[in-house]
Design a protein around this ligand. Structure first.
Ligand SMILES: *[C@@H]1O[C@H](CO)[C@@H](O)[C@H](O)[C@H]1NC(C)=O
Ligand SMILES: *[C@@H]1O[C@H](CO)[C@@H](O)[C@H](O)[C@H]1NC(C)=O
Length: 563
């Protein structure tokens, strides 16, 4: 299916193993979800040898400047009292998290993270990634130290203070102008480096000002991606062209790439008091809002949009919440939260999107006899030309974040129905983990589905052996596996985590623990963890692909130089 292999070029790729481990760890630790809004800044940068980057992007004049009389500023006003998202654990009779069993599990997760991080530190410190078998440093994200930056928040959360402080002093010397690459990918650089710096800065109580300084330097560079004729960002950030104001946004850009800048840019405006970052991403929000009802599947945006022609959605016919689209949806409710509930547009966009997705994209798999009680859902892909809507019942591991997204949005906007859909989606991915021999679900597969009833409900249906065309090692109802790899992705366990925190139901702790144990067994190497080539074998027999971050299906040449 050509449409499904093209997104590979732009795929939202490869979240690092440590991120997975953080999520596991978070299950097991009480973690105060305090407000993200502005807190006083304590500056102790003096402790670190802060070396500013050798090129200062903030001094570069825009070739296509924003009109200063129409800049959008952060919304002002008192943040709203928003509904509680987390279950109130203080009212529980027994505290699940502090049992001896949970302490043991927590320690096991921490030891795994520590082992991987220490190998990175020993063999690849300052490089983007560690290759877990050859034990070499790899530069896959422009060479600024992607793992170093992306691990900061994990180190802090796990209480690895010594490692954290050492990492901060290394980060303090990053020079964003020192790279052998010609260009970097705006989306990846934003989520890994800028997101990593800002989350570490906030989590560590804003004490390490150097993290903010590095974030500002980087954001000033990435802000230049908006120096284009129509102020839509160029995802392929070519350094020399950017300096000359010659970037042009793509005609076929993944919606995730353009929709996943908002949280980081907004947070930076909140921290610096400079609205320019927020103004830039607000242009994207306005485009998303303008086009949301005009697409071939109203409520959702096509996986690819034409940015060169001002966010044109008229030619897109593929819709899903998987590769290349995922976090464009994820960020909507989180933006509403970050802005203290003061921007209703994000709420409206989220509600319309999840409404369209639950009517068209979400489906119920057909499960064999004996497993009828499984009330589970998956998120698939829709092809639509505006008249006919066709559902492809594929399951992408990347789409497993939807359980958490539906549930979180359901709590935030008080739509109990969405919390339930989120639970069923999270259970769907957890169940898919269970049925494959390795205990892990594949990257992309196809599954038999039940038809919706006349009312459009996702009811239970009878297993129909005739329809199943799978065989060999395939567990029913999966009838094909298009990509059998597991790339150390965190989406499934992240949703399980969110569901536990929202519902307080103990069963999720055990679901997560089983996932952790199996992933550990299937991916662990002597020094770290590795992606595996095929989840259809037993956990002890997997083939490790010597990659923590970047899949085998990833071809750097497709990206030009990728960062
Ligand atoms: C900037 O915006 C104002 C208000 O809409 C408009 O009058 C003015 O012509 C714009 N300036 C430029 C250079 O486009
Ligand atoms: C540039 O980065 C490389 C690693 O990518 C590092 O080895 C080198 O020391 C850096 N150069 C300067 C001048 O910072």
């Amino acid at each position: 299916m050509a449409v499904l292999s093209t997104p590979r070029r732009f795929q939202r790729l490869f979240i690092i193993a440590l991120l997975v481990l953080t999520t596991w760890y978070l299950f097991l630790t009480r973690y105060n979800n305090s407000s993200l809004l502005l807190l006083p800044t304590k500056d102790n940068t003096g402790k670190y040898k802060y070396i500013p980057s050798s090129y200062d992007w903030s001094k570069r004049p825009f070739k296509h400047p924003f009109n200063s009389s129409t800049l959008t500023h952060l919304p002002i006003g008192t943040p709203r009292q928003l509904p509680r998202i987390q279950h109130d654990f203080s009212k529980d009779q027994t505290n699940n998290l502090h049992t001896q069993l949970q302490r043991k599990r927590k320690n096991a997760v921490k030891q795994s993270a520590k082992k991987s991080y220490h190998s990175y530190r020993k063999y690849a410190f300052g490089h983007d990634e560690l290759s877990p078998l050859r034990l070499k440093g790899i530069q896959s994200f422009a060479g600024w130290g992607a793992t170093l930056v992306d691990s900061l928040d994990t180190l802090w959360i796990m209480g690895l203070k010594t490692e954290f402080l050492e990492a901060v002093s290394k980060v303090a010397t990053i020079d964003w102008a020192n790279t052998t690459a010609d260009s970097c990918n705006l989306f990846e650089t934003n989520i890994r480096y800028l997101g990593g710096l800002l989350s570490a800065y906030d989590l560590s109580n804003q004490e390490y000002k150097v993290l903010l300084n590095k974030a500002i330097e980087l954001a000033d560079m990435l802000y230049s991606a908006f120096d284009t004729p129509n102020h839509m960002p160029a995802n392929n950030f070519h350094f020399d062209k950017a300096k000359k104001g010659e970037l042009i946004p793509n005609q076929a850009e993944s919606s995730a790439a353009v929709g996943t800048l908002s949280l980081e840019f907004t947070r930076l405006s909140q921290l610096t008091g400079d609205s320019k970052y927020f103004n830039a991403i607000d242009g994207i929000k306005k485009s998303m809002e303008r086009t949301q009802d005009e697409t071939a599947l109203p409520g959702m945006w096509p996986v690819f949009v034409d940015l060169e022609n001002g966010f044109d959605v008229s030619r897109g016919n593929t819709f899903n919440m998987g590769a290349s689209a995922d976090s464009a949806y994820e960020y909507l409710s989180k933006m509403y939260l970050l802005l203290g509930g003061l921007d209703e547009e994000y709420k409206r966009m989220h509600l319309k999107a999840v409404d369209a997705a639950s009517k068209h994209v979400v489906f119920r798999p057909m499960v064999p006899d004996g497993e009828k009680t499984h009330d589970i859902l998956f998120s698939g892909t829709v092809m639509s030309n505006g008249r006919t809507v066709e559902l492809l019942t594929e399951v992408q591991h990347l789409g497993c974040f939807t359980g958490g997204m539906f549930a979180l949005g359901g709590k935030l906007f008080e739509v109990e129905e969405d919390v339930k859909i989120g639970e069923r989606l999270a259970r769907g991915c957890a169940w898919a983990y269970e049925v494959f021999p390795s205990g892990i679900m594949p990257e992309v597969s196809d599954v038999l589905a039940c038809d919706r009833d006349e009312k459009g409900e996702l009811n239970l249906c009878e297993w129909d052996e005739e329809k199943w065309t799978g065989g060999g090692r395939l567990p029913k109802p999966f009838f094909s596996v298009r990509n059998p790899q597991y790339l150390l992705r965190p989406e499934a366990i992240e949703s399980v985590f969110i569901l536990y925190r929202i519902t307080g139901e103990k069963e999720w702790l055990d679901v997560a623990w089983r996932m952790f144990e199996r992933v550990k067994k299937a991916t662990e190497t002597k020094h770290a963890h590795s992606a595996i080539s095929d989840v259809r074998v037993k956990a002890g027999d997997t083939i490790k692909t010597d990659s923590m971050e970047v899949s085998l299906s990833f071809h750097p040449k497709d990206f030009g130089t990728f960062c």
